[in-house]
Write a protein of this length. Structure first.
Length: 330
């Protein structure tokens, strides 16, 4: 009986000791998770939306758990202060210019607050520093965008199915595709388009070269555009050419009227050209005038050698020579 009582007391003592050990272990794990037994320092993260973050969630830096969320406090209508407990051994690696983002641990896991390094020089973070938030990817927003994208894809696939059905039911299209002559014409058309594109590229290159020459100041065109005097002379020349062109047009019209009158026999010239007797008379008159002119020249030459008038003509020649010496340009 006594032995049985000792055995029961032993079992009870062992059970109590096991319960105490389990309680201590549980408290230790909770304290470790909350950084209650480690050396930590506190910083404040300012965000505008906690996105479901709660005290006790992990703080990560470069993928490592470096602390926990101590508390969350609403400061005003646009700012929320999150108190973070971070291990002291991370001070040399976390700078004052870091930013924070609130993400999800995995696709559907707990929320975490992540510290993101920024480029540039900055001092090491210390107790009581304030860091600010960088907008991260919200899972709800991402799911909403995926839902919207899925709706658009559904409409797109529906339209593609409708187009495919119409193509399958279109006999004219299949006839067109099976027509070898039409296929050859399409190839020729594509070749012509390719040639046209090549020519257009060559023209563009030539135009670019011409514009480059104009910008460099080469050629007459650039001088005309940039030299005000030459531009004015060029404009006057154009005006003169226009006037000459107009005068030539008027002269051509007058000649046309004269020829028309001649052909119709109007006027004296027309009468002469139309009447053969008048033309013969005029011809005889011209011949007589030419013969009279020749005879007159011969008589004048004879008078120059006549002893009666020889002195007079010599005086005239001397006077002409003196005038020529006085006015050599004449």
């Amino acid at each position: 009986m006594k032995t049985k009582k000792v055995l029961d007391n032993t079992k009870l003592g062992m059970l109590v000791i096991a319960g105490i050990l389990f309680l201590v272990f549980t408290l230790y794990m909770i304290g470790k998770n909350q950084n209650l037994f480690g050396s930590t320092f506190s910083v404040i993260a300012v965000v505008d939306n906690v996105s479901g973050l709660v005290p006790g969630n992990n703080v990560r830096f470069k993928g490592m758990n470096v602390g926990t969320v101590k508390s969350i406090q609403m400061e005003n209508d646009s700012s929320i202060y999150i108190s973070l407990l971070i291990h002291n051994n991370m001070k040399p690696f976390i700078k004052k210019n870091v930013l924070t983002t609130i993400n999800t641990d995995g696709l559907m896991g707990n929320k975490i607050i992540q510290i993101v390094s920024q480029p540039g020089f900055a001092d090491n973070i210390s107790e009581g520093d304030t860091i600010y938030a960088q907008r991260g990817i919200d899972t709800d927003e991402l799911l909403h965008k995926l839902e919207s994208t899925g709706g658009h894809l559904e409409k797109t696939f529906s339209n593609l199915a409708s187009v495919a059905e119409k193509l399958n039911n279109s006999q004219e299209l299949w006839k067109l595709l099976s027509d070898s002559n039409m296929t050859e014409e399409i190839k020729l058309s594509i070749n012509q388009i390719r040639i046209a594109g090549t020519n257009a590229a060559a023209m563009a290159k030539s135009g670019k070269s011409m514009i480059s020459s104009l910008e460099k100041g080469d050629g007459l065109v650039n001088k005309v555009f940039k030299d005000s005097v030459m531009a004015e002379n060029f404009a006057k020349s154009i005006e003169h050419l226009v006037d000459v062109s107009q005068q030539a047009t008027e002269i051509a019209m007058e000649i046309k009227h004269i020829l028309s009158d001649l052909e119709s026999g109007k006027g004296t010239a027309g009468l002469v050209l139309q009447d053969s007797a008048v033309r013969e008379s005029i011809r005889n008159i011209v011949i007589n005038v030419e013969e009279s002119t020749v005879g007159l020249n011969e008589n004048m030459e004879a008078l120059k050698h006549s002893f009666l008038l020889r002195g007079y003509f010599r005086k005239q020649e001397k006077q002409q020579r003196r005038d020529a010496k006085i006015n050599p340009s004449n």
